[in-house]
Design a protein around this ligand. Sequence first.
Ligand SMILES: [Zn+2]
Length: 260
Amino acid sequence: MFGALTRWRQRRLLRRAAIPDALWREAVDLLPFLAVYTEDELARLREKVVLFLDAKGIVGARGHEVTPLQRVIIAIQACVLVLYLEFAYYDGFENVIVYPGEFVPDWEWEDEAGVVHRNDAPLAGEAMPGGPVVLSWPDVEAGADWDATGMNLVIHEFAHKIDMRSGDANGCPPLPANISVQAWNRDLMSAYNEFCARVDRDEDTEIDPYAAESPAEFFAVLSEVFFVDPLLLAGEYPDVYAEFAAFYGQDPAPRCRLLP
Ligand SMILES: [Zn+2]
């Protein structure tokens, strides 16, 4: 658990488990959205990644072998969300499981009539309360090219994890005292309803229409957009952008305007 790490243990761990420079550089270069971060912030991110990799297992399943580069690529994207948040948002689960491709989860659920259903649609990723984060490696890799795919699977699933710290995912993570839950829900829901109406009209949206699935998916998809394509979110839903900037403690849009 992250909470149990004392400052002394952290310092010791950061020395002992440091990521080799070449490996770090290679991973950073593969994630173009990191271009808005200063060297100081990248150093902060690197420390978070070391702590993350110490606390969580990133393990391959169904024949997938996780390489050191894959571990760092996954951990970086998970840590971008908590760069200025308490690591406690990621308490309550131990592992990230990486599959060689999309997978059919083996969970079942019971409806009100008592009929048991099995999910049989393949998924690229999954996050369950109290359970691991599951990722399909080819879909993680595809996310590196945002312009082509418009998705970032790792940020998406870890946004769900953050949301789930207050129970089932509902689009409203536990908020710090300086952010009003009422204002958060008002801003998110009004954007959500507007977005759903556009999707219902079959409008061609720049934001993945999957965001219309539920408030939880809206939060996860818009978190991807916030970090990877912040000008898009700031342009389409400035109120949501402002809530996210306050919550995540980051304001990437103005920095993107300054990029060459
Ligand atoms: Zn989702």
